[in-house]
Design a protein around this ligand. Structure first.
Ligand code: AMP
Length: 370
């Protein structure tokens, strides 16, 4: 049975201003979706400008810890959300004391710290890779003895796109792995890193779920995702039969996580499809790269449904708009091929307006086959 939501839906009507913490490409696509529904957006970010600059009415440049700037931001907006999980939860709690923030500080706190997300998932009956906490070289050796090798050393905080990770194929590589992740920041209560068993997966996929304050949920078809060097390369739908056979269990787990957190907005959970069923990898309390295909490939995009959920509006339908949908990330110089994509009938090109750097997410292309 679904857990009763603690919230009534509060409607923030079109015309209002939505505050967004972070001004990267996710903020950009959120702001575009908000504008389509008649909202204004106000970005709060440490940088002077970013991919969301051209599409937002207002931009505050300040550190998330800047209480004065945060207070002024809260006074200028009607509701707030965030586009990435590496925001200080204290800053979100401070903001939440002044204006509604969705998803809540708890969703953020759980998803930004790997041990919290794994513990929650296990408590809700989900599978994760075997793991052990690591704070120094001695505890890393103990973790290798417990978890085994091959394994992956991951920082507990600030991990995304395979950053803050090192592979350990044999125990002899432990010291080099520990050195390579540097001195990871350690939360006041908690661990600096974890060692995670390498999962022997057949495929990767993600569940994209939108949840409203009253507990209503919308779920998209699951994309099958391919990563290169820890970074998403492609998402494709429909997923392979192997993934489809595991999707229901993964969706049910994602729903339980969203209900437990009383989550409002998009919750994206990444899974490994293994011989023993779906293994949870990680979650994001925000719109997700593996959901970019929804802009043209679904009736309602993840960005629009996130805005709808945050503003207390009913969620839009999530059905596919075609028989096959693929999304290809454009990393670094891939974006130089933009004339080729524009010449391709039916290819939807998205460029984020970033300056080129090798490996940087510069844009994406979505193809929908009817
Ligand atoms: P993450 O940032 O933790 O999502 O890792 C990025 C990618 O690295 C994943 O999508 C996988 O392709 C790979 N990866 C991460 N953790 C594991 C694991 N425990 N076993 C196998 N592959 C992994």
């Amino acid at each position: 049975m679904l857990r009763q939501s603690q919230h009534e839906r509060t409607i923030v009507a079109p015309g209002a201003t939505i505050g967004i913490l972070g001004g990267g490409q996710l903020g950009r696509m959120l702001a575009i979706a908000a504008a389509q529904l008649g909202y204004k957006t106000h970005i709060f970010a440490p940088e002077a400008s970013g991919p969301a600059t051209e599409v937002t009415a207002h931009w505050t440049q300040a550190r998330f810890e800047d209480a004065d700037a945060m207070r002024a931001f809260a006074a200028a907006i009607d509701v707030a959300t965030y586009e990435f999980e590496n925001v200080d939860p204290q800053a979100v709690s401070y903001l939440a004391g002044r204006v509604a923030v969705h998803p809540s500080a708890r969703s953020l706190d759980v998803s930004r710290y790997r041990p919290h997300e794994k513990t929650l998932v296990t408590s809700l009956g989900g599978r994760t890779a075997a793991w052990a906490p690591v704070d120094d070289l001695a505890s890393l050796h103990a973790a290798v003895a417990q978890v085994g090798a091959p394994a992956i050393l991951k920082t507990t905080l600030f991990g995304y796109d395979g950053k803050g990770q090192a592979r350990i194929d044999t125990e002899g590589e432990a010291e080099a792995a520990w050195t390579s992740i540097g001195q990871p920041p350690r939360p006041p209560v908690g661990h600096a890193a974890i060692l995670e068993a390498r999962v022997d997966f057949a495929a990767e996929f993600s569940v994209l779920l939108a949840r409203c304050a009253d507990g209503a949920c919308a779920v998209w078809d699951v994309p099958e995702n391919v990563h290169h060097d820890g970074v998403l390369a492609t998402s494709a739908l429909p997923a392979s039969p192997l993934v489809l056979a595991q999707a229901e269990e993964a969706v049910a787990l994602t729903r339980r996580i969203a209900d437990e957190l009383d989550h409002i907005g998009i919750l994206a959970c990444e899974f490994f499809a293994t011989a023993g069923g779906p293994v949870f990898n990680e979650m994001a309390p925000r719109v997700h790269n593996s959901g970019h295909w929804t802009i043209e490939g679904a009736v309602t995009s993840q960005f629009e449904n996130h805005i709808r959920a945050v503003c207390g509006l009913p969620l839009g339908a999530t059905a596919l708009t075609g028989a096959r949908v693929t999304m290809e990330n454009l990393l670094g110089a891939d974006a130089d091929r933009w004339p080729k994509f524009l010449a391709e009938p039916g290819a939807h090109l998205h460029l984020y307006g970033k300056s080129m750097r090798a490996g940087r997410k510069m844009g994406h292309v979505t193809r929908v086959e009817r």
